[in-house]
Design a protein around this ligand. Structure first.
Ligand SMILES: Nc1ncnc2c1ncn2[C@@H]1O[C@H](COP(=O)(O)OP(=O)(O)OP(=O)(O)O)[C@@H](O)[C@H]1O
Ligand SMILES: [Mg+2]
Length: 286
C-alpha cells in the first residue's frame, strides 16, 4: 500500500500570555491509501490541532506534512473536512450548500447540470434526496451532519478529515451515521482520518487507532491495528474476541495509563510510550 499522508517530526506551539505553549511534539505517522485512521485522546490533547495541520488550516511549528508526496501548505480540495458543528450556510438549501463546494472544485471544467448531478448524487448517498431543498434550520442535527458529510464527499477528496463528526448526536443517530460512513468509505476507497473521543466508534470504523498522550506536548503514545474484517457489523462485533481485545487496549491506554489526572494512581510502566509522557515539559505541567 502507498503511503499517502506523511507526518514527519511535527510539533505545534502557540504564543500565549504565559509564554509559548507546546501543544504537540514529535508526531511521526504515515497513513496509507484507503486506510481509515482514528485519532483518540483526552480533551485538549491536540487532536484537532493535528487534524487542522493535515487540513492545511494551520502550519506546524516543526516538521513537515505531506499528502501524495506534496507538502501541505494550505487547505485544498484533495482534503475535505467534516467539522463537529456541520458549518452549513443557513441562507442556502442543503443542495445549494453542497453545490457551493462542488462548484469550487469542479466549476471550471463542468457544466451547471453536471455540478447539480454531483451535488444530488452526494445527498442521495447519505439518504437526503427528500430534504435537498430544505434549509438547515428546517432539518435535524443528524441531517445537518449528513449534509456536511455529503458536501465533503461530493468534492471527491483524496483524504476525508473528520473532527468528531458525530459528537453532538444522540446515540441512535450516531450509530446510523457511523454505519453509513463505513459503507461509503468502503465503497469509494477514500482515505479517512477521524478525531473521536468514542472508543467504540474508533474500533468500529478504524484500520488503525492512533492514541495520543495527554498534553501539553502531546505525542503518539501507541498505535493499535484493528484486525477485524470489513464490512463490520456492529451487533456481531460485540461478541467478537478481537473487538473486545481492541476495546480493552484503547480503554487501558486512555484510563489506566493516560487518565485525565495523568495516571498518578496508576503503577508506573517502563515501556517507550510511558517514557514519552515523562519528558521534562510534561512533568513540569503536573
Ligand atoms: N490558537 C491557540 N492558541 C493557544 N492554545 C491553543 C490554540 N489552539 C489550541 N490550543 C491549545 O492546544 C491544546 C490542544 O487543543 P486541541 O483543540 O487540538 O485539543 P483537542 O484534543 O482537539 O481537544 P477536544 O477533544 O476538547 O476537542 C489545548 O491545550 C488548547 O488549549
Ligand atoms: Mg478538538
Amino acid at each position: 500500500m502507498k503511503k499517502f499522508v506523511r507526518i514527519e517530526y511535527v510539533g505545534q506551539s502557540y504564543d500565549t500570555r504565559n509564554g509559548p505553549f507546546v501543544a504537540l511534539r514529535d508526531i511521526n505517522l504515515d497513513i496509507y491509501e484507503g486506510e481509515f485512521v482514528s485519532l483518540i485522546g483526552h480533551s485538549g490533547c491536540g487532536k484537532s490541532t493535528l487534524l487542522n495541520l493535515i487540513a492545511g488550516l494551520d502550519r506546524p511549528a516543526q516538521g513537515v506534512l505531506l499528502c501524495a508526496e506534496k507538502e501541505i501548505t494550505g487547505p485544498g480540495p484533495d482534503r475535505a473536512v467534516v467539522f463537529q458543528n456541520h458549518s452549513l450556510l443557513p441562507w442556502l438549501t442543503c443542495l445549494q450548500n453542497v453545490y457551493l463546494a462542488v462548484e469550487r472544485v469542479f466549476g471550471v471544467q463542468e457544466s451547471r447540470a453536471m455540478l447539480q448531478n454531483r451535488s444530488k448524487a452526494a445527498l442521495d448517498m447519505v439518504g437526503l434526496t427528500h430534504a435537498m431543498n430544505k434549509y438547515p434550520s428546517e432539518i435535524s442535527g443528524g441531517m445537518k451532519q449528513r449534509v456536511g458529510i455529503a458536501r465533503a464527499l461530493a468534492m471527491e477528496p483524496q483524504v476525508l478529515l473528520l473532527d468528531e463528526p458525530f459528537g453532538a448526536l444522540d446515540s441512535l443517530t450516531r450509530a446510523q451515521l457511523q454505519d453509513e460512513l463505513l459503507r461509503i468509505v468502503s465503497a469509494t476507497g477514500t482515505t479517512a482520518i477521524m478525531v473521536t473521543h468514542d472508543v467504540d466508534e474508533a474500533v468500529l470504523l478504524s484500520d488503525r487507532i492512533v492514541m495520543l498522550t495527554n498534553g501539553p506536548a502531546a505525542t503518539i503514545g501507541e498505535i493499535l491495528k484493528v484486525d477485524l474484517p470489513r464490512l463490520r457489523d456492529r451487533v456481531a462485533l460485540q461478541t467478537h474476541p478481537q473487538y473486545t481485545a481492541c476495546r480493552a487496549a484503547v480503554l487501558g491506554f486512555l484510563h489506566e495509563r493516560h487518565g485525565q489526572h495523568h495516571g498518578t494512581d496508576a503503577p508506573p510502566k517502563h515501556d517507550a510510550a510511558s517514557e514519552l509522557e515523562l519528558t521534562s515539559s510534561t512533568a513540569d505541567a503536573l
